[in-house]
Design a protein around this ligand. Sequence first.
Ligand code: ADP
Length: 675
Amino acid sequence: MSTSYQDTSAIFGGVKSPSEGFPSNCIDHVPIAIYTCDKNGFITSYNRAAATLWGKEPVIGKDMWSGSWKIFTPEGNPISLASSPMAKALQEKVSVTGEEIIVERPDGVRRNILPHPVPVFDSFGELTGAVNTLLDITEQKQVEEKQGRLAAIVESSDDVIISKTLQGVITSWNQAAEKLFGYTEQEAVRMNIRMLIPPERIAEEDLIISKVSVGEKVDHFETVRVTKHGKRVPLSLTVSAVKDKNGKIIGASKIARDISERKLSEEKLREHSENLEILNSIGKAISEDLDTQSILQKVTDSTTRLMGAEFGAFFYNTVNENSESYVLYTLSGAPKEAFEEFGMPRNSAVFHTTFSGEGVLRSDDIKKDPRYGKNPPFYGMPKGHLPVVSYLAIPVIAKDGTVIGGLFFGHSQPAKFTDDHEKLLVGVVSQAAIALENAKLLDEVQKLNSKKDEFIGLASHELKTPVTSIKGYLQILQKSLLNEGTYNAFIVKALQQTAKLSNLISDLLDISKIEAGKLPFMFSSFNIVSLTEEILEMMRHESKTHSIEFNSIDSYIEVYADRNRIEQVIINLISNAMKYSPQANRVIVSVRKSNERITFAVQDFGIGIKPEYLDRIFTRFYRVDDLASHISGLGIGLYISHEIINRHKGRMWVESSPGKGSTFYFEIPEKIQEN
Ligand code: ADP
């Protein structure tokens, strides 16, 4: 496209140089740089804007083609003035358009120029020169460049960058958006952003738009969006307002970051710490527990959770009192009925692997295992049984290598159990095996213990009969030898020893009754002051070494209790007081009532008890192992007394200082509420 003028005077009005003067109201003041050259390229005229653009005044008739100091291609390569667009227009006698150049001023400033040299011909068609307009496009170039840079950044960004109108219509869509959501730019632009929002979150868009419309920024908003293929992706959104040049909000730009990976690692981390917590609590729970059934249940429940299984079962081989082996089992995630139809798991080929201790069996789909479905009567799972697809089983092996059981997990979906699950399980199961062995040991100890109690009960019963008859015969003898002084004294001694023996046997019997929970009680109302007086009367009579003082403000304190058992406690405390104070000669007994409770105290001035033994002397068979050890006893009197007081809903305690003496107390309610 070229435009030519027949005569330069058509525009310049015949004026050939500034010295001759452009009409000052015309060309010289137009804001576009214009200059002319003659046909040889010598500059013949130029206006103000041209001189400003060049940064210097060209010398008319001397400077050629351009008033510029230096010119360059847009890429910055120097161009000789003889190859400038003006030179080309004169040489080729055509207008040159669209050839951008850069001019450099003497001060070094560069401007982007779009020249438009047009050759001028006279009326004979002879070239007379050319007129060139220079359009300064520097600012426009800068804006374009900036926009280009921005567009390139947006395009190449790893983050999804989308812009939309306030109505939600998508106006731009970068490559990352295409990659993440699966829609191309053509598909997405002009569609509504709502196509990416899952139905249950559709209200979010209104919320975002309402914030953006008032200029608020929505920062790092974590949400979920849907791709073209229906996949849900977790995203972090930052949405800001887009304003026009007047500052009016016309839309929103949205930067979305795919946080699936982060969410995944957060999830993994959460899972790991949860697993660690479960492992810790399993370890703690089972190491504190010594009851087999409860360990089995805890292990089953926690490992089922840990494995993410739908069902879990623990089959544990054990032996009953008659030495018959049987299987205990606990379940998690399924009712017992779900297993009832099932035969003994040992019989199935799949389970056999575990019970024979072959190691972990993990299958993404157990139904595809060659061992599955081999056994009658069900050939697989019985009808209506749990729908196990994913399968994980591990043998539980004792320290000596025997398989003591197996843990089994199932899930109705395939491939639910992983390597990590397997590793976790191995750890838990070895802990469980130890805990189960401990429980078994305790069980054995308890069984032996109850055998021993049974024996004591039986032995004391057997002893009681002959002692009772000896006592009877001695009493007859005593009566018939009433006047035979010496013999009589022997018989009195023999009777005293028999009474002691009889008391001991009674105590032993009581022990076995307490252990069996069968110590009988007979409650009635009586006056504890007179009971004490009766006891003291008898004991004073028997004791040659100690005087027993009795303090009671009241002469009548009624209690509702087992008279014989309370008597037994009082006698035990006073006997101990005398027995463990061989150097002393006093024992003080006192009783008082306050707030419907009776407190009874027996004080001695004997060997006392060191603080570290104080809470142990009430336990079965416990005897303090120092000063008291040469004083005979079985360590059961205080245990029985303590039990008796407990059964009266009371309490028993002691205050003591070694070498000075002890005071034993018991306190019972005035009237025990029988249940
Ligand atoms: P026993 O007297 O037959 O050993 P007890 O159960 O009556 O059994 O007492 C348990 C232990 O408590 C005694 O062996 C003794 O060490 C200590 N004990 C009991 N009473 C006293 C007391 N009054 N003073 C010092 N130690 C006592």
